[in-house]
Design a protein around this ligand. Structure first.
Ligand SMILES: [Zn+2]
Ligand SMILES: [Zn+2]
Length: 243
């Protein structure tokens, strides 16, 4: 299934500009909220009705809400408009769930690591339907990010040329076969304009200079048609990263 992102262009720019994604996946509404804590959004167009923003997101990204159904916030964050955190339920079910959650919260007030299970620190994993601790989740995310960074440090910077006369610099795994015609390239940047007269060797040895035009970095799952591979010096790689 395609991930649902707050940048989805099925949502108008006016809507997207009011969403701040939290580390735990909630799309926090930075626009107006009602006294009940729910997001308010002027739908625009004919009649221009105002409704809750999370309904708007659900209808545009997931589908129509069955008549008479309410959207239950699985994450318990009222101003969250992430449609994957919402589930259409009957008003009765919605009330029951509120009660169940309140009861569960009362029974268990801390996560296994001792963080409080209060409104601020609790969210619901929409897929697994379980209560989660925000503090623990962001700690896990921090560790994951650090590991990804560490992995990147141990990767090897190379410069490749392709049969379409492309010149890319990026990172490969240590055990990557460099004779392969096709390979994944991480944090890859393409030299759009070299800005040097000495050719690709200079881009590998010294990196791009002020006159070079370099694309934004992207992870390329498989770069095809590779014709040559050069090692990039650590100094040159720093310049590629900064370019
Ligand atoms: Zn949420
Ligand atoms: Zn915790």
């Amino acid at each position: 299934m395609k991930p649902v992102l707050p940048s989805d262009d099925r949502l108008p720019e006016r809507f997207r500009s009011k969403v701040a994604e939290s580390e735990t996946g909630c799309w926090l509404w930075t626009g107006a909220t009602g006294r009940d804590g729910y997001s308010r959004y002027r739908y625009g167009g004919k009649g221009s009705k105002t409704g809750v923003a999370h309904r708007f997101a659900y209808e545009n990204l997931i589908g129509p809400i069955p008549h008479g159904m309410q959207l239950d916030h699985l994450c318990r964050v009222r101003n969250c408009v992430n449609p994957t955190h919402l589930e259409p339920v009957t008003p009765r079910e919605n009330t029951l769930r509120g009660d169940t959650l309140a009861a569960a919260n009362a029974a268990k007030t801390q996560c296994p690591s001792g963080h409080p299970y209060d409104d601020q620190n609790t969210f619901v994993d929409a897929k697994r339907r379980i209560r989660m601790c925000r503090a623990c989740a962001s700690e896990r995310m921090r560790i994951r990010r650090r590991e990804a960074k560490r992995k990147e440090y141990s990767m090897r910077p190379i410069l490749v040329t392709t049969e379409h006369r492309g010149v890319f610099a990026g990172l490969i795994e240590d055990d990557q076969d460099i004779n392969a015609r096709s390979m994944p390239l991480k944090s890859a940047k393409m030299a759009i304009y070299w800005g040097t007269t000495k050719g690709v060797m200079e881009l590998a040895k010294d990196g791009p200079n002020g006159k070079s035009k370099i694309s934004l970095a992207a992870d390329i799952p498989a770069l095809h048609g590779i014709t040559a591979v050069f090692d990039v010096t650590p100094e040159a790689w720093k310049k590629w990263e900064a370019a």
